[in-house]
Design a protein around this ligand. Structure first.
Ligand code: G3H
Ligand code: 13P
Ligand code: ZN
Length: 317
């Protein structure tokens, strides 16, 4: 059942984080629902601009509605990931989305506020909540590449002012992560000092952590052993840091890259081991199973696993 992002945040805040997973196709959709049911977790489905272009927004909506009937126990929100103003309005007007993200983090502070405020007004009029972003993550998003030198952590005082002036419902903060497979070199950790300051200034306000894939070394090694050429020094977020971050107000954790690595590993290994094969369904089925296992594991690390019965009870569904 599709529920409001706000409702999920109210229930989870300070206790655990809700996993926000991107989907682009049927296999990811099936694996995501299966993994969340297996682990009894509420979740957020994210659709990026790129995904809406790749699969067509109508196809994605149909996939989600169908999965919802197949997995009737599931409780989840539907969210636009990294939207621009125009895409936010399209999603708000569609009536399908629980929440949208307006990402104007590349604009100046005042311009970011002005854009976010416009989106908040349109969204709130329809009962939809808004995630905004302040600070700049490194890495690659569709159309935008931010090199590490230009990434900048969120300033806690600015975060407070931004939330007050925009009326946004959650805030994506830059606390040291970046998008994609190449986040860290060696052992680095989240900037808990920054997070603590933001939480102290915005108690009870849901924070969002982007770029939260953990880039498992084993996946990278297996991809390369089957013909890939990924940089093996790639590092992601330590999964053991999800829960401490959740206790400091991180209520939504965005994960996309790890799922892409699993897709790549499964397909590379399958066709590497069976060079004469050309039916895409056997590896597709393996991917769904592997992705479901991965999602269940992530939900455990986020603390959302096992929460589904109490979420259903609190929501009265
Ligand atoms: O933050 C970006 C997400 O991983 C979505 O990526 O824009 O390539 O769909 P995408
Ligand atoms: P990753 O690239 O770490 O999976 O981050 C995904 C994300 O932040 C989507 O908005
Ligand atoms: Zn992101």
């Amino acid at each position: 059942m599709i529920v409001s992002t706000d409702q999920l945040f109210k229930i989870a805040y300070g206790k655990y984080a809700v996993g926000a997973y991107n989907i682009n196709n049927m296999e990811q959709t099936l694996g995501l629902f299966q993994g969340c049911i297996d682990s009894q977790a509420p979740f957020i489905i994210q659709l990026s601009k790129g995904a809406r272009k790749y699969a067509d927004k109508r196809m994605l909506e149909a996939l989600i509605r169908t999965a919802d009937t197949m997995y009737s126990e599931a409780v989840f929100a539907v969210h636009l990931d990294h939207g621009d103003e125009e895409t936010c309005y399209d999603c708000i007007d569609s009536g399908f989305y629980s929440s949208v993200m307006i990402d104007a983090s590349h604009a100046s502070f005042d311009e970011n506020i002005a854009i976010t405020k416009r989106v908040v007004e349109r969204a709130h009029a329809k009962g939809i909540s808004v995630e905004a972003e302040l600070g700049m993550l490194g890495g690659v998003e569709e159309d935008i590449h931010v090199d590490e030198g230009h990434a900048c952590l969120t300033n806690p005082d600015e975060a407070k002012e931004f939330v007050v002036r925009t009326g946004c419902d959650s805030l994506a903060c830059a606390i040291g992560t970046s998008h994609g497979a190449y986040k860290f070199k060696g052992q680095q950790s989240l900037h808990f000092d920054v997070l603590e300051k933001i939480e102290a200034l915005l108690p009870g306000f849901p924070l969002v952590m982007h770029g939260s894939s953990s880039v498992p070394q084993d996946e990278v090694k297996r991809i390369n052993a089957a013909g890939g050429k990924l940089d093996e020094s790639a590092r992601g977020v330590d999964e053991n840091e999800y829960l401490p971050a959740a206790k400091l107000g991180v209520t939504k954790v965005n994960i996309d890259t790890d799922g892409r690595l699993i897709w790549t590993r499964v397909h590379r290994e399958f066709f590497h081991d069976k060079p004469g094969e050309f039916d895409f369904r056997p590896p597709g089925k393996i991917f769904v199973e592997e992705y479901a296992k991965f999602i269940a594991h992530k939900n455990k690390m986020l603390g959302s696993a096992g929460q589904l019965p109490s979420v259903r009870k609190e929501l009265g569904v």
